[in-house]
Design a protein around this ligand. Structure first.
Ligand SMILES: [Zn+2]
Length: 213
């Protein structure tokens, strides 16, 4: 069995209960199956509690990841590259902390390097480290940007998140097709309108053309 370390102390309140056992987690899922109106002992549902418990380890693997450590390794041989680095359309899979419903969308992460850069896959891993937790989109956006700022100390960081929240598409107000957009701009992206414009045009897919103008 694959046991992942519990969340770091930073993400849990002061008084920590011991983590539940696998059996307790499965019992809770049986209760929810009954709450839904079904019979957890019927054949099709018999293994569902253990499958859901395993799925939770995937949905919430971010609690076992230290986002700061992901960015520790940086590269300083950049030949003075100091233009925008943008990772566009990173798939976002998260879970709304109010309804435990999926949040599905994409994230664009950009920074303006100051002497050092980071492996681009690491930016996507930072997104996952925060996305694979119970989240609200506003906090997720800020956490990604703040972490990159804190570790890389670049001249600017920008994070734009576009996502659909299934808690409002499949329940509640039932508004499919609605996406929520949040952004956090730090440093030059916040202070310099031209830099921010350049970023937004790159996100919209016209950046390469515009830069040659
Ligand atoms: Zn929700």
């Amino acid at each position: 069995m694959n046991i992942i370390a519990p969340a770091t102390s930073r993400s849990i309140g002061e008084e920590q209960e011991p983590p539940p056992t696998r059996e307790q987690a499965e019992a809770a899922i049986r209760t929810l199956l009954r709450w839904a109106g079904d019979d957890p002992d019927r054949e099709g549902l018999r293994d569902t509690p253990s499958r859901v418990a395993r799925a939770y380890r995937e949905f919430f693997v971010g609690y076992a990841t230290d986002p700061l450590a992901l960015l520790e390794r940086t590269f300083e041989e950049t030949d003075g590259y100091d233009e925008i680095v943008l990772l566009r359309d990173i798939r976002l899979e998260s879970t709304c902390e109010h309804h435990m419903a999926p949040i599905i969308g994409r994230v664009h992460v950009a920074y303006l390097p100051h002497r050092r850069v980071v492996g681009i896959s690491k930016l996507a891993r930072v997104v996952d480290a925060y996305a694979k937790r119970l989240q609200i989109q506003e906090k997720l956006t800020a956490q990604i940007a703040n972490t990159i700022q804190e570790v890389l100390e670049p001249r600017g960081v920008a994070v734009v998140v576009e996502a659909a929240h299934q808690c409002m598409t499949t329940r509640g107000v039932h508004k499919p097709g609605v996406t929520m957009v949040t952004s956090r701009m730090l440093g030059a992206f916040r202070d310099n309108p031209a830099t921010r414009r350049e970023l937004l045009s790159m996100i919209n897919g016209r950046g390469v053309m515009l830069q040659s103008e």
